[in-house]
Each structure stands twice: as C-alpha cells, then as structure tokens.
Ligand binder design. Sequence first.
Ligand SMILES: NC(=O)c1ccc[n+]([C@@H]2O[C@H](COP(=O)([O-])OP(=O)(O)OC[C@H]3O[C@@H](n4cnc5c(N)ncnc54)[C@H](O)[C@@H]3O)[C@@H](O)[C@H]2O)c1
Length: 272
Amino acid sequence: MNLDEKFLKGKGALITGGASGFGRGFAYAYGHRGADLVLVDINEELLEETSKKVEKETGQNVIPIICDVSKSDQVEAMAKQAFSELDNIYILNNNAGAGTGFYKDPFRIKEDLFDKTIALNLKGQWLVAKEISKKMKKQNFEPLKGKIIHTASIAGVKVDPGIPVYSICKVSVIAMMQIFAQSLAPKITANAISPGYHVTGAYRDSLDVMKMTMDQGHVKTPLNRYGTVEDVVNLAIFLASPSSNFITGHNFIVDGGIAEVGVPAHYLKSDI
Ligand SMILES: NC(=O)c1ccc[n+]([C@@H]2O[C@H](COP(=O)([O-])OP(=O)(O)OC[C@H]3O[C@@H](n4cnc5c(N)ncnc54)[C@H](O)[C@@H]3O)[C@@H](O)[C@H]2O)c1
C-alpha cells in the first residue's frame, strides 16, 4: 500500500513521550495519516507546545495528557481520560524513556537511580500496555483490534556496560514485547523499534552532544551518517499500517548498522 495514504482515519493513536524526539515525530506522521492523537508526557510545557503544533499542522484532534508513566495511579487516570476523549486507541506507541550517564563500573550506580531507571524505562511500558490493552482487546476493528509499538534500543540488542541499567531495561523491553505479542495474539500485534544514535531530546537536541557520546563509546556508523528522527518514524509508519499486519513479536533495528558491525573490537579493552 501507499504509506502516505490516510490509513489511520477513524483510528486513535496514543504516544507516550509524545512531546519530544521520536514521540513527536510519530505524532506528526500518524496525524498526517488521519489519526486522532493522545500525547502523553511528563513535560507539561513542551507537551502543550507540541500538541498545539501537531493539531495545527495535521488538522486532527490532539489530546495532551500529563502523566508520569512510572506511576500506576497516574497511568490508570491517563488511560481513563484517553478512552473518554477518543472512542478507540488502535495504535499504542510505548515510547517514553530516558538514559542515564556513562558508568565505568556497573556496581557504582546508586540504588535510587537503578530503581528510577527501571521504573521509567521498563515498568512504565508495562503499566501503559496493561491499561490500554484492556480496552484495545474489546475494540471492533478487523482484522486486528490494535497494534502496540515499543521503543527499545540497540543497547538492548548489544548490551553496553557503559549504560548498564538502561541496557538491562531495553533487553527487558524486547522480552516484554515478545510476551505481549504471544499473549495478545491473534488480534493485537506487538513489535519493537530499536534505534541507534539519533538527535533528540535525549541528546539535548544537539548533534555535538550526540557526537561526543558516540566518540566516548568508540561507536562507528557503517552507513556513515548520524541517525535522524525521520529514520525511526519511517519504520513506525510501516508498523502502524496494514502492510505490517502479519508481523508480531519482532524487534526492528534502525541504526545505520551499528549493532552488527559498528562497535570496533578495541571497545572491549582486551589486550589480545
Ligand atoms: N535518541 C536516541 O538515539 C535513542 C536511541 C535508542 C532508544 N531511544 C529511546 O527512544 C525513546 C524516546 O526518546 P527520545 O530519544 O525521543 O528522547 P526525548 O527526550 O526527545 O523524548 C522522550 C520523552 O519522554 C518524556 N518522558 C520522560 N520521562 C517520562 C515519564 N516518567 N513519563 C512520561 N513521559 C516521560 C520526556 O519528557 C520526553 O518528552 C526512549 O525510550 C529512548 O530510550 C532513543
């Protein structure tokens, strides 16, 4: 099918972390394809700004909901509001997340930071999927009642000892997505996108900050350019479209080749 068509007309999409980066990119892309949107974020000011801009540019209904996805009471209230404002949520992008700094020693991370990182990047995706899938299961769309798209990371594909807790979370997000795919089949699909290095709010929207991070980790990109939000959005459009209806339980890497061949051997600090 032509992926520029309005294949999401009459459908709702809920995007966590919708105020910035990939989430904002998904919002514009789905809005242009006819979806009404619920944008969920903890950053009140940016959420307001993004929602207004997306609504103006796409002409779709955009509902901003402030919510910390790591808090079950807030996620329950958010889901209730989302389904009271839209009559369906066909696409869920479980996307909110954030990394930590670099650590030379994985055992030096403070317990509090460990707990917060897991709560945001892992538990948050579980809480949101739990609340949204309850009602998604009862929707009348055919052949699928809904689609869940998780944002994982190449840190969950090749574990990175410099960002240990984040890596643990993203490995687990991929595992959790596969469990959801099994338990929600045959009427709801679940897949994941694993980006590499893309300029977003995660790098303070700065190419310099991202470049510095990549240099620090000796990361090379075989396709010899930096990742963009659009690279990831293009895959999300496919996963949200009927063209991917026979795909579930898979993790798709969008990284210019880094996870396979872009981390040179000296990164492992071996003498041999
Ligand atoms: N940028 C990259 O290169 C990259 C690579 C791999 C994975 N990722 C993943 O992509 C996802 C999106 O990140 P991004 O790069 O677009 O960064 P971003 O900072 O631009 O967007 C993340 C959004 O999540 C929101 N958020 C943070 N904590 C929240 C919470 N507790 N509740 C609700 N919202 C919260 C932030 O306010 C922000 O708007 C994350 O899961 C991140 O781990 C990013």
